[in-house]
Design a protein around this ligand. Structure first.
Ligand SMILES: O=C(O)C1=C[C@@H](OP(=O)(O)O)[C@@H](O)[C@H](O)C1
Ligand SMILES: C=C(OP(=O)(O)O)C(=O)O
Length: 451
């Protein structure tokens, strides 16, 4: 068996909440029989980091229940703590004492890890204050696009100097309040630029209108930001068919808030039911969620699974032969592209995933990385500029590289739950959003050995 060089993970970006930091690889062995479980999943990364930042900007003390404890939320809380925000944790609840954008520490070195939500949401939050902060992140973060957001903030008064690649971290941000007026931003590479401007917008000195130059990929995440702003008492006005949003100067009001489970994480567990002709019920989630990855359920149904929506749960039952032979646009919910790509070899026809060119800018180039790893398993794949086609096949034993990407590791683990001999290097990378993923996998009956 040919074994190629693995991508060197950036371990500095792993938080104290990570696990298997020293683990070289995880060896997976298939479930005996079908999964049959009722489980809960920790809070949504997207809700957690939005709620933390808004609570820090708010007037009063907020209580957030059901937060995610992972690398991405750790770096968010750490940065807020370094700005002088008081955050107290009690299991999965936090209280955050808001300071209305008056950061008490006006000079600090802040680190965002590998968290896109922190890298894209923190600059605006800083720009409303007065001070000078440096911002740095993981090696991959220094390659991920930030320029559309930073250019917009510069045009509103932030003074940003780049220490490495222009438009990327590391950088220094000097702020003396955010101006109002009008600003235009692109949503074609990431929805997070628009969300990052929106979160800060109520604290601009005057009314701010954000114009979106093009089509936002994964638009639901912007809607999630708007919902969260409403929940904390701010009223953004969306106009021009959604292409412009106006925010009056206003202040977030502290709230007590229970966060939803992370639907992106739920996806791996529902997919496990699909793959093993089993049953997985996840409690605490409903189809009414704003989280776009809920769309996975529609595709699982198309593949022959049955989905039951209860009062406070969603259950997936698998099938003994998954159906393929279709194309699906991943533009709105592209975090599940890798999940579907991992299920696809077990379907009865090829599956083509399209409209996801932006995921080449995520934790790794996810299209290229998935094609490479499926290739190592002997699966036929075609790489397209905006996606991939995966053909039915019989995965062969292989050592796989998650490319320092939590979703690559979790998606590839699905294959290890069905066929013998799948090994994945650097199992600790799952800590970006689900540090105990492999314990959960083991509890559901998958053989998991971390060495
Ligand atoms: O705003 C958010 O919480 C997110 C937006 C999406 O990113 P992009 O819009 O950058 O693709 C998504 O992939 C990410 O996991 C979370
Ligand atoms: C793209 C993702 O994360 P980020 O928030 O770092 O963009 C992801 O979690 O799949």
């Amino acid at each position: 068996m040919q074994e190629t060089t693995m991508h060197e993970p950036d371990r500095r970006a792993r938080s104290p909440w990570s696990q298997h930091l020293e683990g070289q690889e995880v060896r997976l062995s298939p479930l005996h029989g079908a999964v049959d479980a009722t489980i809960t999943i920790p809070g949504s990364k997207s809700f957690t980091n939005r709620a933390l930042l808004i609570a820090a900007l708010a007037k009063g003390t907020s209580r957030l229940q059901g937060i995610l404890q992972s690398d991405d939320s750790y770096w968010c809380m750490k940065a807020l703590g370094e700005l002088g925000v008081e955050i107290e944790m009690d299991r999965d609840s936090v209280t955050v004492k808001g300071n209305e954008g008056h950061w008490s520490v006006s000079k600090a070195d802040l680190y965002v890890g590998a968290a896109g939500t922190v890298a894209r949401f923190l600059p605006g939050v800083l720009a409303v204050g007065h001070g000078e902060w440096t911002l740095d992140g993981s090696k991959r973060m220094a390659e991920r696009p930030l320029a559309p957001l930073l250019d917009a903030l510069s045009s509103l008064g932030a003074d940003i100097r780049y220490k490495g690649n222009p438009g990327c971290v590391p950088l220094t941000l000097h702020a003396d309040g955010l101006n109002g007026g009008e600003v235009t931003v692109s949503g074609a590479v990431s929805s997070q630029f628009t969300s990052g401007l929106l979160l800060a917008a109520p604290y601009a000195k005057e009314t701010l209108t954000i114009r979106i130059a093009d089509q936002i990929v994964q638009r639901d995440y912007v809607e999630m930001t708007l919902d969260m702003m409403w929940a904390f008492g701010v009223r953004p006005e969306v106009h021009e068919d959604g292409q412009a949003i106006t925010i009056q100067p206003s202040v977030y009001e502290a709230r007590t808030f229970r966060l939803e489970p992370d639907v992106s994480t739920c996806g791996y567990f529902w997919a496990l039911a699909a793959l093993t002709n089993g049953r997985v019920r996840i409690e605490g989630i409903s189809a009414q969620t704003r989280q776009p990855d809920i769309e996975l359920l529609t595709v699982l149904e198309k593949m022959g699974c049955s989905v039951t929506h209860g009062e406070n749960y969603i259950e997936v039952r698998g099938t003994n032969r998954l159906k393929g032979g279709f194309t699906v646009s991943m533009q709105r919910w592209s975090d599940q592209t890798l999940t579907l790509a991992a299920l696809a070899p077990f379907a009865d026809g090829p599956i083509t995933l399209t409209d996801a060119a932006h995921i080449r800018h995520h934790e790794c180039d996810r299209i290229a990385a998935m094609c490479e790893e499926l290739g190592k398993l002997g699966i036929q794949v075609e790489e397209h500029a905006d996606g991939l086609t995966v053909y039915p096949g019989e995965p062969q034993p292989a050592l796989l590289d998650p490319h320092d990407d939590h979703r690559m590791a979790m998606a590839l683990s699905l294959i290890g739950a069905r066929v013998d001999g799948v090994r994945i290097s650097d199992p600790g990378c799952v800590s970006k959003t689900c540090p105990d993923f492999f314990d959960r996998w083991r509890e559901l009956g998958v053989g998991v050995e971390v060495i």
